[in-house]
Structures are given as C-alpha cells and as structure tokens.
Design a binder for this molecule. Sequence first.
Ligand code: SAM
Length: 327
Amino acid sequence: MRPVPEQSDIAASYRDHAAMMADSPCFAEWAARTAEDPEVLAVLATLPTEKQQANLVFAAARWHGVPAPGPYAGLRAALLGPDQQAILDTVRTRRTQTNEVGRLTALTPALATLGEGPFALVELGTSAGLCLHPDGFDYDWGVGTLTGSGGPVLDCSTRGALPVPDVHPRIAARIGVDQHPLDVRSEEDMDWLLTLVWPEQEGRRARLRAAVEVARRSPAQLLGGDLFDRLEDALALAESSGAVPVVQHSAVIAYLEEPDRARFHERMSSLVAAGRCHWISLEGQTVLPRLTATGPAPSSPHPFCLAVDGQAVAWAHGHGRTLSWFG
Ligand SMILES: C[S@@+](CC[C@H](N)C(=O)[O-])C[C@H]1O[C@@H](n2cnc3c(N)ncnc32)[C@H](O)[C@@H]1O
C-alpha cells in the first residue's frame, strides 16, 4: 500500500522525529518504522494535524500499556487493535507539556544576579510550576556548588565566569500562568507528566518525581489562561506580596506566533522600564532574536539564550545540562 498525500506528510514528520529522538533508541525506532507503515499512518491521518506528533502519540500508547523500551510491534498492535480508540482519545484530550527542572541550573544564577530576595516569582507557561522552586534544589555547577536546600541535586557543566550564588534565593510568592496548568497534587496529572519523559531517560524521570515532591511541599498559585491575558493578574498578586516581582519563562515563547513574540518582547521591556518587575528569559536562540543579539556570537552546543532584564548573560543547553556564562 502506498501512502496517500496526507500520510506522506505524516511520514516525513516521523522521519524527522526519528533523527530528533536519537536520545531514545526506542522512540527513534518507533518513529522510523511508523514512517514506513502505511496502515499505522492511515490511523494517524484520522487525527487533527496538531495531534499527529510522534511525542504525543507515543506517550498516549505508553499511557495505555504499550511497553517502552519495547519493540515497534507493541506500538503497531496497539494502534491497529482493540486499544486504538482509547489511545486516539488520549491523544485528542491530552497534550505534550513537559516541565524540566534542569533549567533551574540556568534560572537560579540568573535570579541571584538580582540579589537574595525576597522575590515574588511569576512564571509564564509554568506547566506544573516546578521551576518556581529554585530554593528547593541543591546545585553542582562544576565550578561551584550551592547546598543546604534538603532537595535533590541538579548538575550542570559550566564555562565562563559563572557567578555562583552563595545562598538560595528567598521566595515569598510563587505564581504560575499556563493555558493548561497541571496540578502537582493530582496523581493523574503527574503520571502523565512522567509518561512524557522518553523511555530510556530514567535519570530525568527520577528527577521529575523528586521535583514533584519538592513542589508539593509549597504548591504554587496557578492561574489558567493565556500569558498575555493573565500577566497583569499575576503581577498584581506578586506586588501584593510586598516582595520584588520577577517574571520568568523558559521554553514557552516558541509557542507564540512571530508577531506575538515581538509583542511579548515589547510588553516585558516596558514593564521592566517602568520598574514593575525584573525579567528572566530562557528561550531558544531564534525565539526572541533581539535578546539573543545582545550577547556575543551564539554557540551552537547551547541552543538557549538566558537573559536578565533584556540583556543576554549566558547560552544554555535546552534542559540545563550545560551553561556558558558571559554576562
Ligand atoms: C515546553 S512547556 C515548558 C514548561 C516550563 N516553563 C519548563 O521550562 O519546564 C511550555 C508550557 O507553556 C504553556 N503555554 C504555551 N503557550 C502559552 C500561552 N500562550 N499562554 C500560557 N501558557 C502557554 C504550555 O501549556 C506548556 O505548559
């Protein structure tokens, strides 16, 4: 059977994912084999385009018991067998929504450049709010450590003159905004978050479990809705705490269309200029190009740009594994 045109697009996307999923041999194989499997492609073609993505389909299959790591035959049997409808329903109702506390290895020293606090942290695109707990982790940056939180250790290898914080920041308020906030107190929400971690990445899964425990000790206040619409509400809450408001975001602005990214840059710049808040941004280097342009030539192994109040200070790995500080 030859794939029909729409299936060819899905096949091409899965071929791309096979390359991007190199960190997971299981998912890389599933994506490559799916791309060559017209029967499975025909099932995926019944989904809305934005729901055909490999990450979401594979997570939904695992949610319904397909073993991973495991052979492609397991995925195929599930997508063509009696579990097909349940898996497709999960794909339709859920979304890929990671929450990576490894990014705190970059966000925490950025926050420390603003002092010790107390801060009222506002996170836009917060997912489950796990990155609102910079004080809940210890850090090992290679060039220095920050200990004493009682929480798990986040490791990062560092280049440049990283200003290693002496103390954990004091956080007076934790406020998150997300279109679809996840509740750390909900076992189901947290199980889904864990299912989204790729199969062979046991270290990341263990870290995520530990981060959920940290967040459960002092859950953030989460506001549902679009970040443009809820920013003012979140800032008002931060201001009412009496602490210094800091707006942060990581791996979020890529979700906005190009004109909205520029609009976001303008909005944050004017809030900073008006003294309403500080601004910490950790986004892909191409996402907010005017921020990236304030740094030296970007370095390719660190695809993210870390910036404080509109000024780039470091290049960072997307999950916080490495940090190259120049600020
Ligand atoms: C890739 S996750 C990153 C989560 C977290 N910032 C982190 O670094 O782990 C992106 C999050 O942004 C949220 N998001 C995307 N567009 C948004 C918008 N316009 N308004 C509010 N939240 C949004 C998504 O729901 C998702 O939870």
